[in-house]
Design a protein around this ligand. Sequence first.
Ligand SMILES: Nc1ncnc2c1ncn2[C@@H]1O[C@H](COP(=O)(O)OP(=O)(O)O)[C@@H](O)[C@H]1O
Ligand SMILES: [Mg+2]
Length: 214
Amino acid sequence: MNLLKATNLSHTFDNKLFNDVSLELNSGESLAIIGLSGSGKSTLLHILSTLLSPDEGRVFLFGEDVSSMTAKRLSEIKRDSLGLVFQQHYLFRGFSVIENLEVAAMLAEQTIDEKLLSRLGIEETKEQKVTELSGGQQQRVSIARVLTKKPQILFVDEPTGNLDNITSNEVKEILFDYVKEHNAGMILVTHNEEFASSCDKVYRLENTELKVIK
Ligand SMILES: Nc1ncnc2c1ncn2[C@@H]1O[C@H](COP(=O)(O)OP(=O)(O)O)[C@@H](O)[C@H]1O
Ligand SMILES: [Mg+2]
């Protein structure tokens, strides 16, 4: 099943970042976007995840054109079906780890997966305020929070940026396992070549073009 389709996307800030970019994501698939810093990867991910409107082109989610959705429909899709794991983790700062997860579980009518917390190595931090955690721990809590929602599409920006090798391998496995178990889709921006090459499709954003690597 097609989860996401983007057609002829172009976007410019000070410079043209990309021109006439198209891609598709189906159920069970993972797709990586690599490229130099500043090439526009995060901007492309923001467009694909509906946070930003492109200058040109369209994004379809589950067959529906994002640009013609009502605000209500778009917020339903974002709440129920999209999971965003971005560098600025959107955790509730005054709350504990477990409270952050409880809010996500409650909004999505899901339960907290204790196994996931132990795989992420954050079960011991449950009662701590998120502001007391290291950058890497906060990153893992934000991954747990997003997966607790059980989204159909994951958008992931540099998930292993703050993590050591062992933890980043575990995060990688958790994300791939999630995609497989839930027949979900993942679009991943990463500097980690090994992480990228484990994806079904790999693209490089370079000189305003999205080149197929795999
Ligand atoms: N909201 C914005 N307003 C103006 N310029 C931006 C904005 N977001 C990103 N840029 C610029 O667009 C370029 C690409 O940024 P980004 O998409 O974050 O690249 P990457 O994720 O590949 O490092 C950078 O030069 C950045 O400064
Ligand atoms: Mg970026």
